[in-house]
Design a protein around this ligand. Structure first.
Ligand code: PLP
Length: 392
């Protein structure tokens, strides 16, 4: 039996798997069971920021494995302290809580927001249309897409969904009851949609007026994906809470929540916790990932991000009507098509390129941050061919 047949028999069929059987990764490439090479333009959905096989990250993992793989949070652990210290220094935020995933970071942020709000008699949380915050019941409660929520009702109470990038709607929904606003500064799963400047400005004006927390979901957009440490830095604002995950553990499961001075005292002993949260091997890897990106890769993100978007805009000109929009910041880029994109994904795979299709018609690109010009050229060449095939 093929691995594809085995998968069908064994698993709840929640995932739409690609029809390739990957055996290993090498730099920005994946290699399948027949030795075919694929340029990876999605990088484990934004996790593999340094591609495959980074020596420093591997060494950090192995060194820690030799000391201990797990201790539990009954103990203070050096790898946690080192990574937390680095995050605090880089961000200017005050406190850290480590989780195992993005959704758990969101859960942590929901609990932090609710408990903070309680002091002021506020419980309401506002989140936005078309957003994605994860698959747990708390995270789903912040979302409005039927595809993710159908059948799981009832959700958390006292949550309002305002329209993303709609200044009037957020103005209408915020009140003295608002404890927090959860926001992706650039929606990922939702089709790579950056927040408008005046929309963000309005949210922060309302925060000053009504005293609530702004929670930035930087799980996909954080850690220099957009060329800056956090996507919100492009807007010159400072949220109160930040959720991180995807690339944070160098491929191991790791998330984090950072909080500013407003929330430093909200969680007390026993008020929150996690058995695996802040796994020391994952934290060691995370420290190495951040150091590696800082060490010359940040400029690459800006340079290659611009280059990629320039080339895509040329394709937009060439295939007017088929390519509706090219959007994004840095190496978080979306290409909106006028057709469903699953077929495009498969055609690109046949040509040795892995991309992702999100929101039905948006080709999402989250390549490793180490990608070079020649890789972008290869991708553009094959994408051009596929668009030409589809146009027929
Ligand atoms: C992936 C993602 C999450 C959920 O993270 P998981 O690790 O899958 O739980 C939440 N928010 C955003 C913006 C994401 O991209």
């Amino acid at each position: 039996m093929s691995v594809f047949e085995l998968e069908k028999g064994l698993f709840f069929q929640t995932y739409r798997r690609l029809g390739v059987h990957i055996k290993r990764g090498e730099g920005v490439y994946l290699i399948d069971s027949e030795g075919r090479k694929y340029l990876d333009m999605i990088a484990g959905i934004g996790v593999n920021a340094l591609g495959y096989g980074n020596e420093k990250v591997k060494k950090a993992m192995v060194d820690q494995i030799e000391k201990y793989i797990h201790l539990s949070n009954l103990f203070v652990q050096e790898p946690q302290i080192e990574l937390a210290n680095l995050l605090v220094q880089l961000s200017g935020y005050k406190k850290v809580f480590f989780t195992n995933s993005g959704a758990e970071a969101i859960e942590t942020a929901i609990k932090l927001t609710r408990k903070w709000g309680r002091k002021f008699g506020k419980v309401e949380i506002i989140a936005f249309s078309n957003s994605f915050h994860g698959r747990t019941m708390g995270a789903l409660s912040l979302m409005d897409k039927v595809k993710y929520r159908d059948g799981y009702e009832p959700f958390l109470p006292e949550i309002l969904i305002a329209r993303y990038n709609d200044v009037e709607d957020i103005e209408k929904k915020v009140s003295h009851k608002t404890a927090g606003v959860f926001l992706e500064f650039i929606q990922g799963e939702g089709g790579i949609v950056p927040a408008d400047e005046k929309f963000v400005k309005k949210i922060f004006e309302l925060r000053d007026e009504f005293n609530f927390l702004v929670v930035a979901d930087e799980i996909q957009s954080g850690l220099w994906r957009t060329g800056k440490f956090f996507a919100f830095e492009h807007y010159n604002v400072k949220p109160d809470i930040i959720a991180l995950a995807k690339p944070l553990g160098g491929g191991l499961p790791l998330g984090a929540v950072l909080g500013n001075e407003k929330v430093v005292d909200v969680f007390t002993t026993g008020a929150h916790g996690s058995t695996f949260g802040g796994n020391p091997v994952a934290c060691s890897a995370g420290y190495a990932v951040i150091k590696e990106i800082q060490n010359g890769i940040v400029d690459n993100v800006k340079y290659i991000g611009n280059y990629l978007q320039e080339k895509l805009l040329m394709l937009k000109e060439k295939y007017r009507g088929l390519v509706k929009d090219v959007r994004g910041i840095g190496l978080m880029v979306g290409v909106e098509l006028s057709v469903e994109c699953f077929d495009v994904v498969n055609r690109l795979i046949a040509k040795g390129i892995i991309v992702n299709c999100t929101s039905n018609n948006v080709i999402r690109l989250l390549p490793p941050l180490i990608i070079e010009k020649e890789h972008v050229d290869l991708f553009i060449e094959k994408f051009d061919e596929v668009l030409n095939e589809i146009k027929q």
